[in-house]
Structures are given as structure tokens and as C-alpha cells.
Write a protein that binds this ligand. Structure first.
Ligand SMILES: [Zn+2]
Length: 385
């Protein structure tokens, strides 16, 4: 997969280069024709020589354009062949065709929520009519708000985002979010960029007071940056000019918005598809090994036979199920909570007590149910997800 995406990146780069080169050549072609036209208009007697020179120039340029395109099409066809070659895998062994049978409505609602979350509101309306799944207006309005604010951020207008953050100040505080300050900071930086010291000072006076306790260091730095306003880009404050600050604020806004309304920051369908796709290669591998060596069909059980490596952003541990008792364990419970053993494996406190079999838990050495490591109670740690 990685190799394919690297090849794809190369292809896109090449395509861009070829397109740029073609554009340059076409511009040159147009200029040559215009020059020749001008020359003939100025001096008609030289028209035949001018046209001969023009024809030869046009031939060279047009053959360059054709060559560029030949090169591009050959790399596109090579890429598609390479995909066909690398993805020649049989998925029959790891997919269950009946798994969604009778769950069409659930699947349709998931699809519709995904369209709404991606800002495809018109598509969601049409899909709602065709699938007979009522559209959730509450969800739609919430995401419409989100997309309107994000659009404004893209236009470098922080007004709507600041208003939303001020309305949700208490909730943001509860979530330990510094979104409102970061928005004010970016607005202040705009005054610095415009060399507008009075407005910057006025803005800081009006808005930074609220954050004196939580962001004192940042405010001090922002105030000092005024001293370098003439050459901010070569000053120790050049990071304030980073264009990435806009991308950062956009993703922070999306994250905090979703968190306040109780949504995951990424569409659950997107996460499920990405996780599913990255699970295919290890599952095919383990399926082949288990069938050949032990004649076991893992898909008959409800657990995956191996751990699937996932990106940090794809890990969700809001629920912990003890691998020994198979029970869901509340991380904030008083008696039964997750505990990590010396080896790093995690089980519930009740399962840990059971392993000690009534012995003094402070002295008794017990073996981890998943590996040979032995621990005593003092070496275990309570964990929170
Ligand atoms: Zn262990």
C-alpha cells in the first residue's frame, strides 16, 4: 500500500510538472504567433521569411508538447498496471458477505451522517429521499454551522469562530480547550502583519485580559513581538507568521466543535473504512497461516486473531473490556478499574484479585494471563482511558 501511495505521489508530481511545462510551451506558441503577426503587420515584405521561421519554431514547440504528453500517459498506464499487479489478492477469505444483511437501514443512516459530517448537505437530502431515512435536522444544522465557520476561517475571517468560541466559553474551559485564546492570538497577529500597532495594542487590551491567568506567557510574547514589527520575519517571533497557524486553527476548531457536541473529530465511517483497509493485509496473512498450519477458520470466532497495528489517531479507548473477564470496566469505578501489570498488559482489578486466589495481594507473585511475566501488586498501575 505504502509503495503504491509513493508511486501515486510521484505520478501526481510528474503530472504537475508536465502540465506546467505544457502551459509554458503553449504560452510560448501563442507569443511566437503574436510576434510574427506583429512583424508582418509592420513590414509586409518580410512575411515569407517570418512565416518560415514561425513554422519551424511551432514545429519544435508542438513536438515538445506531444513528447510531454506521451511521457505522462506512459507513466499513468504504468501506474495502473502496478496497482493491478500489487493488489492481486483474494478477499473472499476475509470478508463476510452477509454481515450487513437486514441492516440496510443502519448502513443508510451511517452513510447519511457521513454525508452531513462531510458538508455534503444536498447529497444527504437526496439520499434521505431515496433511502427513506429521515434526515436529522439537528445534526444538519450543527454541521452547517461548523462548515460556515470553517469557510470563514479559510477566508481569513475569524469573526464567526470568535463569536462561537465566546458563546461556548464555559464548555470549552471544561474541555481544557484554549481555542478562544488561539483565535484572538491569530486575530492580533493579523494587525502585526499589517504593521498596525495601535489596532494591535487596542485589540490586546480589549481581549487578552480574560486569558491573563491561563496564557500569561503567550500574551507576554505577543506583546514583545511589537518591538520587532518592522522585521518580524527575521526576528525571534517569526513563527507568528507561519501560514500553518491557519491550518492549525481550522483543525483545532473542528476538533473542539465536535467534542462539545459529542461527536468524534473524524467521521466514524471514514475511520471504520480506513481501519478496515489497513487491516486487510495482516488479516489475509494470518488467515493463510492459520488455515495452512492449524486448519483454523478464525472468522468463525468473534475476536480478531492478531492485533492490527493502527495509527494513534485511529485508536479509541473510551471503553475498556477486561480481556480475562470479558466484562466492560468503568475506568472511574471505585473497585473495579483497569490495572496495568509489569509487562504492560492490562486487566481489570477484579481479575487481578482472582489471580491472587485469596493470597495476600501485596506479597503474592502472580503470572500475567497473556505472557510469562510475573508481577506483585505494588508493581501494577491503575490506568485511565
Ligand atoms: Zn503480560
Amino acid at each position: 500500500m505504502e509503495q503504491i501511495s509513493t508511486e501515486f505521489e510521484k505520478l501526481v508530481k510528474k503530472q504537475k510538472l508536465t502540465c506546467d511545462q505544457t502551459q509554458i510551451n503553449i504560452d510560448k506558441l501563442i507569443n511566437q504567433i503574436n510576434d510574427a503577426k506583429q512583424k508582418i503587420e509592420n513590414d509586409n515584405s518580410q512575411s515569407s521569411t517570418t512565416l518560415t521561421i514561425l513554422t519551424s519554431k511551432l514545429k519544435t514547440l508542438s513536438s515538445q508538447v506531444i513528447d510531454n504528453h506521451k511521457e505522462l500517459y506512459s507513466s499513468i498506464s504504468k501506474y495502473s498496471k502496478s496497482i493491478d499487479k500489487k493488489l492481486k489478492i483474494n478477499l473472499d477469505s476475509i470478508w463476510k458477505p452477509n454481515v450487513l444483511q437486514g441492516k440496510e437501514d443502519t448502513l443508510n443512516s451511517i452513510l447519511m451522517s457521513h454525508f452531513i459530517r462531510e458538508g455534503q448537505f444536498e447529497l444527504a437530502e437526496v439520499f434521505s429521499k431515496e433511502s427513506n431515512i429521515p434526515i436529522s435536522n439537528e445534526l444538519k444544522n450543527q454541521f452547517q454551522d461548523l462548515f460556515n465557520i470553517v469557510e470563514a476561517i479559510k477566508r481569513k475571517d475569524l469573526g464567526p469562530a470568535l463569536k462561537w468560541a465566546a458563546d461556548k466559553r464555559e464548555l470549552l474551559k471544561k474541555n481544557n480547550s484554549n481555542l478562544e485564546f488561539e483565535l484572538h492570538k491569530l486575530q492580533y497577529i493579523q494587525y502585526l502583519i499589517n504593521n498596525d500597532i495601535p489596532s494591535a495594542i487596542q485589540y490586546a487590551k480589549k481581549n487578552f485580559g480574560l486569558f491573563g491567568e491561563t496564557n500569561f506567557k503567550d500574551i507576554k510574547r505577543l506583546a514583545c513581538s511589537l518591538l520587532y514589527i518592522k522585521n518580524l520575519d527575521t526576528s525571534p517571533y517569526s513563527d507568528l507568521l507561519a501560514p500553518s497557524l491557519w491550518d492549525d486553527i481550522e483543525s483545532q476548531f473542528k476538533r473542539d466543535f465536535c467534542s462539545i457536541y459529542g461527536f468524534s473529530s473524524e467521521s466514524p465511517l471514514y475511520t471504520a473504512v480506513m481501519v478496515g483497509a489497513s487491516s486487510i493485509p495482516p488479516l489475509i496473512k494470518i488467515d493463510t497461516i492459520l488455515k495452512v498450519t492449524k486448519n483454523i477458520d478464525w472468522s468463525a470466532t468473534s475476536e480478531l486473531p492478531v492485533e492490527i497495528p493502527l495509527l494513534d489517531s485511529q485508536r479509541y479507548h473510551s471503553v475498556f473490556a477486561c480481556p480475562v473477564s470479558k466484562e466492560q470496566v468503568d475506568c472511574n469505578s471505585k473497585d473495579n478499574y483497569p490495572k496495568m501489570l509489569l509487562c504492560g498488559h492490562i486487566i481489570s482489578n477484579e481479575s487481578l484479585l482472582a489471580l491472587c486466589k485469596g493470597n495476600n495481594i501485596y506479597k503474592h507473585k502472580f503470572k500475567c494471563p497473556y505472557c510469562p511475566t510475573e508481577s506483585i501488586e505494588a508493581q501494577t498501575r491503575r490506568v485511565y482511558f
